[in-house]
Design a protein around this ligand. Structure first.
Ligand code: ATP
Ligand code: MG
Length: 381
């Protein structure tokens, strides 16, 4: 079964560079690898310093690259629905050009680009599919979509379809409004099916590893913590954190970075954290990427599942939410807790943990903290 390794992180942190370096290194180790950019704003060609096209192309022994074409992907996966929506918008008086634009719903471009992963996974042409994805914001939007959509698919869609079947003939006599045809529903169902299959593939830790790329900087870190919380909540396995652009001792940035590196440990351990040095020059072209790739994994195989566990869980007991954070061998002492909006900091003797609370917990007050041996439970009011 192919492995999928997906890199995400805030804009500009080094996702494309690390995806490419990982892929080049895997190919050197003899794996058949595809590195695919599903970010509508591509830069894989620039990083590889090679022309990468909309179809996978072999760029070195065992190494293939692809930058998906947004327009083509939307036509391929969303085409029929787009046509229907466009006709509907035109009928409402929206002019042609705008109707064409609006018929591509928000998030649809990302969804259609992501669906390529499905195709490659099913075709089994590669041992490893390395995904260079869009910045965390867009990636999260895609990864949280199926949950919201499931309600539509199971409840509304079949109902609408049934109703439409009876209503359509009569409705056509009284209105010239474009009505969804059977094939519009077929296309919609097909699209949802594809999205769900992909979603479950991405949620299987034996198949997919999500790797978060970050930098030792305040704003970047905050976004990484948020992604860490939400990706875990949606059931994805993050098997490593890559801290990119770490400077050496003596650099003016060193003291500040050291502070953030401490915080990174407090936020993500025991998920493995890999530090990536800041290079004096840009990391471009196959040779430099190969060099970086060899350094990245500290002699571990990049297609190994580097970590596989749930660092926390959120549950409900008697109408109250409780957050369980798993930590080995917690010191047994009174926990000190600091909570402001989404920031949660827990101190127990020399143990310290930063946690980004999801929206549903950020606004609640903490009622109590219960200390167990390998787990800290926080109950919210
Ligand atoms: N460790 C490093 N040392 C020096 N330069 C780096 C390092 N990592 C990345 N860069 C440079 O930083 C720039 C941004 O990197 P990259 O394109 O990989 O980021 P990205 O996260 O993919 O960005 P985007 O969100 O725009 O897709 C590039 O010019 C790259 O060469
Ligand atoms: Mg990029």
């Amino acid at each position: 079964m192919p492995r999928i390794i997906l890199f995400t992180g805030k804009g500009g942190v080094g996702k494309t560079t690390l995806s490419a370096a990982t892929a080049v290194h895997l190919a050197e180790l003899g794996r058949r690898v595809l590195v695919i950019s599903v970010d509508p704003a591509h830069s894989l060609s620039d990083v590889l310093e090679l022309e990468v096209g909309a179809e996978p192309k072999e760029i070195r022994d065992n190494l293939f690259a692809q930058e998906v074409d947004v327009y083509f992907s939307v036509e391929k996966f969303w085409g029929k629905l787009k046509t229907y929506l466009r006709d509907l918008l035109r009928w409402q008086g929206v002019d042609n050009f705008l109707a064409e634009e609006l018929a591509i719903l928000p998030g649809m471009e990302e969804v259609c680009c992501f669906l390529w992963i499905n195709k490659h996974f099913k075709e089994k042409n590669y041992d490893v599919i390395v995904v260079d994805s869009a910045p965390t914001g867009e990636t999260l939007r895609f990864l949280s979509l199926p949950d919201a959509a499931s309600w539509w698919v199971t409840k509304i869609l079949p109902l609408q379809r049934k109703v439409m079947k009876y209503v359509r003939p009569a409705a056509k006599m009284i209105t010239d409004m474009p009505l969804p045809e059977e094939e519009t529903y077929d296309a919609l169902e097909e699209l949802f099916k594809e999205v769900y299959t992909l979603y479950y593939t991405l949620q299987d830790p034996a198949i997919t590893s999500i790797r978060l790329v970050t930098n030792p900087e305040k704003m970047v870190l905050k976004e990484t913590e948020k992604a860490f919380t939400y990706l875990h909540l949606f059931g994805f396995n993050i098997d490593a954190i890559f801290v990119n652009r770490v400077v050496e001792e003596g650099d003016p940035l060193f003291p500040l970075q050291s502070k953030y590196l401490e915080r990174i440990k407090e936020a993500f351990e025991p998920t493995p954290i890999f530090l990536v040095p800041h290079w004096k020059e840009e990391v471009l072209g196959l040779e430099k990427l190969a060099h970086l790739g060899r350094l990245l994994y500290h002699h571990r195989a990049p297609d190994e599942v580097l970590y596989w566990d749930k660092p926390f869980e959120i549950g409900e007991v008697n109408g109250r939410f409780s957050l369980k954070i798993y930590v080995k061998d917690l010191p047994q002492a009174e926990p000190e807790i600091y909570h402001r909006e989404e920031d949660l900091i827990i101190k127990i003797k020399n143990f310290k943990r930063h946690f980004y609370l999801p929206k549903s917990l950020a606004k609640r007050e903490i009622e109590k903290a219960i200390l167990h041996r390998d787990l800290l439970e926080i109950v919210f009011k």
